[in-house]
Design a protein around this ligand. Structure first.
Ligand SMILES: Nc1nc2c(c(=O)[nH]1)N[C@H]1C(S)=C(S)[C@@H](COP(=O)(O)O)O[C@H]1N2
Ligand SMILES: [Mo]
Length: 247
């Protein structure tokens, strides 16, 4: 389960719809669709992408028995936001997640719409920079699928994600399109609890805990993050953490 081969990863990525933003409409499915220089540049782009992805392993996945009995909750555990409270009182029936920016088809998704998309479940180790870790099981739709279904434009290079409690962060496409980067609505087989980020949180499994935003409010594709806020890429990096700490 944990051992997904490189080929599997690449095939998985193409199945998730990397082809459109790599430049050639039919680049992977039906072979290169554009001859000449454009076709060549498409092929080079793909080759470069695959070269860069060769050392992008999946984060380790564990069997369900490894799930921690206690998974701490930290920082915001129940956002003090009137809209959020109203939505929570209705079981998030009216909740929507807008996707905007450099996409062909901006729009928004309800919880039911996200749940109707292809799902992935992963049992992973969460490591918080504040010195604890725990294993949890997460179920959700790959962010790559959501971005592909909105038609991520080829100029897009980063994804900006905002939370209802004011947290925000940005992700390069390697993380945004990684097969284990999911919009999680389930935890350990049930609905995602409020304390863990309901109705939908991000899981970015190769990064420290703070990169896995809870209480998602919006997603925006962009070509630069330098113009946002103080230009440091995230709320926590403006507080002194790294934009990308990695694990
Ligand atoms: N919106 C939002 N996302 C957040 C946080 C937060 O306070 N607000 N805390 C971060 C940190 S530092 C960690 S370790 C995890 C904690 O997730 P948990 O409460 O499910 O353990 O969420 C991250 N995402
Ligand atoms: Mo954390």
């Amino acid at each position: 389960m944990a051992d997904i081969s490189r080929r599997g990863l690449l095939l998985g990525s193409s199945a998730l719809g990397l082809a459109p933003w790599l430049g050639g409409c039919e680049l992977i499915e039906g072979g290169p669709s554009r001859p000449g220089l454009y076709g060549l540049s498409d092929t080079l782009t793909l080759a470069t992408q695959r070269f860069l992805l060769r050392d992008q392993p999946l984060a380790r996945e564990f069997p369900p028995e490894a799930i921690s009995k206690i998974f701490p909750t930290i920082n915001t555990t129940d956002p003090d936001n009137p809209d959020y409270r109203r939505s929570k009182a209705q079981g998030f029936a009216d909740w929507r997640l807008p996707v905007s920016g450099l996409v062909e088809r901006p729009g928004s998704f309800s919880l039911a719409e996200l749940k109707a998309m292809p799902a992935r479940t992963q049992v992973t180790l969460h490591s918080c920079e504040q010195g604890w870790s725990a294993i949890g099981g997460w179920t959700g739709v790959p962010l790559a699928h959501v971005l592909a279904s909105c038609g991520l434009k080829r100029e897009a290079r980063f994804v900006v994600i905002r939370s209802v409690d004011g947290w925000w962060d940005t992700y390069d496409l390697f993380d945004a399109l990684h097969p284990q980067t999911i919009l999680a609505y389930g935890m350990n087989g049930g609905d995602l609890p409020v304390a863990h980020g309901a109705p939908v949180r991000l899981r970015v499994e190769r990064q420290l805990g703070y990169k896995s935003l809870k209480y998602l409010a919006s997603i925006e594709a962009t070509d630069r993050v330098s113009g946002l806020s103080q230009g440091r890429g995230s709320m926590v990096s403006e507080l002194g953490f790294s934009w990308y700490a990695g694990i």
